[in-house]
Design a binder for this molecule. Sequence first.
Ligand code: MZD
Ligand code: MN
Length: 351
Amino acid sequence: MAKILVNSADSHVLERLDLWEQALPSRLAQRAPRVERKDGKETVYVDGQVLRRDPIAFQEAMRPPGAENVQIRLQDLDDQGIQSEAVFPSRGLWIAHMHDQELAAASAAAYNDWCASEINAVSPRLIGSAVLSVVDTDDAVRELHRAMGMGFRAIFMPCEPPKGRPYNSEVWEPLWSAMSEAGAVPCFHIGTGGELILARGPGGAVINYVETAFPGQRVVAHLVASGVLDRHPSLKIAIAEGGVAWVPALGDRMDEAYRQHGMFVRPTLSALPSEIIYRQVYTSFQHDRSALPTVTALGYDKVMWGSDYPHLEGTFPNTQKVLHELFDNADPVVTERVTIGAFNELFGLGA
Ligand code: MZD
Ligand code: MN
């Protein structure tokens, strides 16, 4: 079968483990993301916290050679039919869990230097996302400008912000303004910033998987209802790997709240919440059968496909099989929009 060529709004790079050891003074490096393997488990330590304790088999299953070898990654992209891809961190995601201001700022800068030289510089097909401190807004704005100066456009943001810094809070405003002015694209990747194992025992794995999508929806509710996207109409955001069919339903619910609970609503917005969402919020999915009907039946078209390479939740190495199942009977206009157009629009490519 002919290859369906796509851009992917979601993939991950596996950073060299000694990235922070090499870049940071030892007093900080020892609190940067660190991994220990014992008794069949891989434990992740960050800033003195145990963040993950995974079966090694689980971690190995998402580490094909292309995860950390960028030349093999590019070969995998060719083989899978992927032209360009947004690249998110793996271990760098843990920076969102740091509490120490200096450690967070230094770890983010170290990741961005590494990503600029080891990912972005290798090929224009790889759109690495920069990491910012979420501990301090001034640090985040400083690193945003430095990263944009290194050519970044995509900015990784955790779906769950630190306690006490909810995304509807004014503390974030200087960052949203700076992103809007700089043409940065904040990409909120699901499963980041918060606790991931919320349920145990029967059904736990499926419950936890479902749970990771809700904070992505909360990001949209916070940034739209608090007026952030209304104040910055050119700021586009992405919610990566959280699926897409929830967007119209969230828009309905927010519109209903905005109308029916009008007496409590502040700030008032220059458009309905759903209109702002449909204008500025992009989302990505891997397999969802509900994705294309969301475009055709409900008119939400900021929909991007994502491989989530090399994660198990993604499509590698069966991307073409998945793409044919998704698109063989789809309207070619919708197919072009979801496989290429929305991605190019978000990241300002191919214009
Ligand atoms: C990026 C997040 C995604 C998730 C979390 C898992 C399944 C479980 O034994 P028990 O009865 O006590 O039950 C425990 C249970 C088996 C229920 C529990 O361990 O649910 N295990 C795997 O951790 N699921 C929800 S899914 O968080 C979104 C998808 C899977 C990969 C994921 C964990 C990745 C992501 C994302 O932030 C990360 C990262 C670098 O790669 C993996 C791990 C780490 C976190
Ligand atoms: Mn992903």
